[in-house]
Design a protein around this ligand. Structure first.
Ligand SMILES: NC(=O)c1ccc[n+]([C@@H]2O[C@H](COP(=O)([O-])OP(=O)(O)OC[C@H]3O[C@@H](n4cnc5c(N)ncnc54)[C@H](OP(=O)(O)O)[C@@H]3O)[C@@H](O)[C@H]2O)c1
Length: 433
């Protein structure tokens, strides 16, 4: 079984190491030895440390390597949309099996890969693209295929989880926590993809596609990052017995006409400390899956890093290599349900709103009137003395579930009330509170 490795960076180098260290076991599990036919990189001369590989295997001609007749399996750990998409489409159409960790590509144009896989006779596996080492996509696409998944809620970005966990533990602001994450190597020099939620949104699209048998792309995912989360928000959450996490949420529901639909979103949310995801600290990932018959399932582990991600890549390599030897292929893409994706405004959410208000008669009634006008029901109200002297009193309101658009409109109107000095914090709430 011969393998073309595209990319030899953080993940690729670990794939090479594991292939070398475990070659005898992998051969036994597959039923044939696994050999690297070539490794495509951008810079042949780059220092890659002590890699147990013949330097002559490196090439800059990725396409030439993919097209070689002696290549059975193509492993792509380069990343980005192009040229990765063209390479993988070429490989799949030519009947090779593909293993990729490329969440950006799968979320941007996974359909092109699945269509190409359907044209060829190889497999397309991508376990490493979501939540690194955690076996998650295989359970969604195989183990739970007899069930009906209703909701997937996950912490799928380690960088933002590290930052929010640090803010919760120390009371630090976002900028300070980001600096610590960068110093410790948890955040990249340009952290935009992580802190603005792009990375989590790509993973949300992949999870939703598998969970709901529907093609969901990154553009379908409502995305908000964590750059606006303040130390005051975190303190406010703590005071409610909660913490703030960047969640990816994919849920079944109905659209305005009562037809089955899905909503997929990524945003910071308050969750009670008793929620299973609240204790997921540091840079760990966890995904909470709810299904009709299985009930609640939780998947937890390291969501990134060279070795954890390479573990998921090699698991896929063993699976596709076995299939090839047996002359079979895995089930193709399951997108038969083709459910519509609801806009964020229709998603059912709950808000926690903290207001600095004037302390005089009629204020509570005026504020409650705004909620009533937008048909948003209030679950709890807490009033306390003003914080920092900006207003005369602080009102903390938690709503019941309502369409996100109604909640946003409520906040908009509250901002315009003269008795509201400022809207100090607005956070969505997930889980029972
Ligand atoms: N790092 C993680 O923890 C992690 C976790 C989950 C998923 N992933 C995914 O895994 C993939 C790889 O991530 P990584 O962190 O390993 O990236 P990386 O360290 O930046 O490595 C990228 C590799 O691709 C090569 N490359 C880039 N452009 C190329 C081109 N045009 N032609 C040939 N080779 C090219 C680079 O070559 P040179 O070595 O010559 O520069 C390098 O070896 C991405 O899709 C990423 O999203 C990563």
């Amino acid at each position: 079984m011969r393998l073309a490795l595209l990319g030899c960076g953080t993940v690729g180098a670990e794939v090479v190491r594991l292939l070398h260290e475990q070659s005898a076991d992998l051969a036994a599990r597959i039923g044939a030895p696994l050999e690297i036919a070539g490794i495509a990189v951008r810079r042949i001369g780059r220092d890659r440390g002590e890699l147990p590989i013949d330097p002559a295997l490196f090439t800059t001609d990725a396409l030439g390597l993919i097209k070689r007749d002696d290549v059975d399996v193509v492993v792509e750990v380069v990343g980005g949309i192009e040229p990765a998409r063209s390479w993988l489409v070429e490989a799949l159409r030519a009947g090779k099996s593909v293993v990729t960790a490329n969440k950006a590509l799968l979320a941007e144009d996974g359909g092109a890969l699945h269509d190409a896989a359907a044209e060829g006779d190889g497999d397309l596996y991508y376990e490493a693209s979501v939540a690194g080492a955690i076996p998650l996509l295989r359970p969604l696409r195989e183990s739970l295929h007899g069930d009906r998944i209703t909701r997937v809620t996950g912490i799928v970005n380690g960088t933002t989880n590290f930052i929010l966990s640090a803010m919760h533990a120390t009371g630090a602001g976002f900028a300070e926590a980001l600096e610590e994450a960068t110093e410790l190597g948890y955040a990249e020099a340009d952290p935009t993809a992580d802190v603005e939620g792009f990375d989590a949104a790509a993973k949300a699209a992949i999870l939703a596609s598998l969970a709901f048998h529907t093609r969901v792309g990154a553009a379908d995912v409502h995305r908000e990052g964590i750059t606006e989360v303040t130390a005051a928000d975190v303190a406010s959450a703590k005071a409610m017995g909660c913490t703030i996490k960047l969640l990816c949420i994919a849920a079944r529901g109905t659209d305005g006409q009562g037809r089955e639909a899905v909503s997929v979103r990524v945003h910071p949310a308050m969750i009670p400390l008793t929620h299973p995801l609240a204790s997921v600290g540091d840079a760990f990932n966890a995904v909470f899956v709810e299904a009709d018959a299985a009930g609640q399932l939780m998947f937890y582990g390291r969501g990134a890093g060279g070795a954890p991600t390479a573990s998921a890549v090699l698991g896929d390599v063993v699976a596709v290599a076995r299939n090839r030897l047996a002359g079979v292929r895995s089930a193709s893409e399951s997108a038969y349900a083709a459910l519509p994706v609801r806009p964020m405004g229709e998603a059912l959410t709950r808000y926690h709103i903290s207001l600095d208000v004037a302390d005089r008669p009629g204020v509570l009634e005026a504020v409650a009137g705004v909620f009533a006008r937008h048909d948003v029901s209030i679950a709890t109200v807490r009033q306390g003395p003003a914080d920092g002297g900006k207003g005369d009193a602080v009102l903390v309101i938690v709503t019941h579930v309502a369409p996100d658009a109604a909640l946003a409109a409520t906040v908009g109107e509250l901002r315009g009330l003269d008795i509201v000095r400022s809207v100090a914090s607005v956070l969505r709430v997930e889980g029972g509170l």
